[in-house]
Design a protein around this ligand. Structure first.
Ligand code: AR6
Length: 174
């Protein structure tokens, strides 16, 4: 499932965020301390090796909505952009903070002249953000941010589950 906006293609795919070798950057659904964790953060840190945590630790803690960049270490990607999503029901307003994540990550990527980036569904796991609402906020933000970027050609959303994949596909269709 693809959609092109101002020369940038948005793709919705299924898979593991830590196995996206054709992307220059991947995004981590991080914790504030930028340490190893569960879900996406666990998969990324496992594949990257201990050097990633060592590089990230001094950059933490970060705030909800913030994004920071590191190297990819043993990952096939040159960069990892770490975003702290809002905890649903706690960090408010959730929709603004989630939008900040996607916008800040995309702008940071463009500053580094990154042409391809893969996102997981930030905040929709342990942080409890409902998938359908998160998909709408994320896609709206991506679509609105793309025209202001110079280098980015591909934005991929990588969904773990089949149901999540269907929800995001429908959201992009709308
Ligand atoms: N690839 C792609 N998507 C995945 C993967 C994977 N390998 N693993 C899980 N998902 P989460 P959050 C999906 O919990 O809600 C961590 O412990 C998952 O099904 O990783 O932002 C951190 O340390 C869900 O839809 O991120 C933080 O403390 C989505 O990715 C906290 O969890 C996000 O799930 C962050 O929570």
């Amino acid at each position: 499932m693809k959609k092109t906006i101002a020369n940038t293609t948005i793709e919705i795919g299924r898979g593991d965020i830590a196995s996206q070798p054709d992307m220059q950057a991947i995004v981590n659904a991080a914790n504030a301390q930028l340490l190893n964790g569960g879900g996406v953060a666990g998969a990324i840190h496992r594949a990257a090796g201990p050097g990633l945590e060592k590089e990230c630790k001094p950059m933490g803690p970060i705030q909800p909505g913030e994004a920071v960049i590191s190297g990819g270490h043993n990952l096939p990607n040159k960069y990892v952009i770490h975003c702290l999503g809002p905890v649903y029901g706690k960090d408010k307003p959730e929709d603004k903070l989630l939008a900040d994540c996607y916008r800040n990550a995309l702008q940071l990527a463009d500053k580094k002249e990154i042409e391809s980036i893969a996102f997981p569904a930030i905040s929709t796991g342990i942080f409890g953000y409902p998938t359908k609402d998160a998909a709408r906020v994320a896609l709206e933000t991506i679509i609105n941010t793309i025209p202001g970027l110079k280098y980015l050609k591909t934005v991929r959303i990588v969904l773990f589950g089949r149901e999540d994949f269907e929800i995001w596909k429908n959201a992009l269709d709308e």
